[in-house]
Ligand binder design. Structure first.
Ligand code: PMV
Length: 328
């Protein structure tokens, strides 16, 4: 068996706008997905992901998705996770040329699903690395990032940027603008995450923003303004100016709200962090529900979030310097 892990991420700046060619700065965090892949004697893919969400599940199915799963997971977010594994395995088969190989895939993850922390990217990155290594091929990090991007692109019907997958593959803070992805220097950031227990529908939210941008000039301008904030944010990161980073995150959240992708619980958590004197706070990822990211070196934000209606969990996150990691 080959076992790999890959980190989740928060967006310091730039989600949604990155889909339209503006820059974004995601940052890998030490919440990880671990994927074990073992070759089978037949062509089946068996996915075992007991720790992936609140309810454990095991799905067995043949080939890609030609056959029905043995159990119905269609109502569940786990169905989406299974889709990412399926496509990641398709990438493994394509890159190794071993089209008929089957696998037992085991997933464990500390990253809530669909909550803006890059769970699907982390699963795709770790699965591609472990799957290819199981077949005796070791890919460069850039190739893993590219294959994981193609995985997300397929599963999300062409609505994906390279940001999450590149960040998860390389670790650290990353700057993404179109196809140009690179790691950038970042100071140690006092990251606090608030989680409302929910999830957003990334595909739907991305297409809602697309429609808004086509219909209203203000929305197109808002997307551009987010790009400007990202460029200011890059400078603040380079200067190690955490106060300015926080201020810019607050602006970024306001603009995401204007695009309609925040929610009552995300706003409540953002305001709880601001009231607790965090340097700044914003939603992370596609929005609609899920997580916020705040910067606060003190305990105040974490404590305040725990008493905020709508907040289910609050925790600190360390920047993950290491991206995909080969465990076995
Ligand atoms: O919710 P997440 O973590 O999948 O992030 C989505 C970020 C978007 O910019 C909205 C879409 C994308 O692919 O970049």
């Amino acid at each position: 068996m080959a076992l790999s892990s890959a980190p989740g991420k928060v967006y310091l700046f730039g989600e949604h706008a990155v889909v339209y060619g503006e820059p974004a700065v995601p940052c890998a965090i030490e919440q990880r997905a671990r994927v074990g892949v073992e070759r089978r004697d037949d062509e089946k893919i068996r996915v075992n992901a007991e720790d992936l969400s609140l309810d454990g599940f095991t799905v067995e199915y043949g080939g890609r998705t030609e056959d029905e799963p043995d159990i119905d997971v269609s109502e569940s977010l786990l169905a989406a996770a299974t889709g990412y594994v399926d496509e990641a395995i398709a990438q493994v088969r394509a890159v190794t040329g071993e089209e008929d190989v089957g696998f037992d895939v085991t997933i464990e993850s500390d990253i809530p699903l669909g909550a803006g922390l890059g769970s699907s990217a982390a699963v795709a990155v770790a699965a591609i690395d472990a799957g290819t290594r199981e077949l005796g091929t070791t890919l460069e990090v850039e190739e893993i990032a590219d294959r994981a991007f193609r995985t997300e692109y397929e599963v999300q019907d062409g609505q994906a940027s390279r940001a999450d997958t590149f960040c998860s593959a390389t670790g650290g803070a990353v700057r993404v603008e179109g196809d140009d992805c690179r790691t950038i220097d970042a100071p140690d950031l006092p990251i606090v995450i608030g989680f409302d227990g929910g999830a957003g529908d990334t595909g739907q939210l991305v297409s809602d923003v697309r429609d808004l941008r086509e219909e209203y000039e203000f929305a197109a301008n808002t997307v551009e303004s987010i790009g400007n904030i990202v460029r200011n944010g890059e400078q603040a990161l380079a200067d190690g100016d955490v106060e300015e980073l926080g201020r810019l995150m607050n602006f970024n959240h306001g603009l995401l709200s204007a695009l309609g992708v925040s929610s009552r619980s995300l706003d409540a958590m953002v305001w709880a962090a601001r009231d607790a004197d965090a340097y700044g706070a914003k939603l992370t990822g596609s929005g609609g529900g899920g997580c916020i990211v705040a910067l606060d070196p003190s305990e105040a934000t974490e404590t305040a979030l725990k008493f905020t209606p709508g907040c289910e969990d609050a925790f600190r996150a360390e920047l993950a310097d290491e991206g995909v990691c080969r465990l076995e």
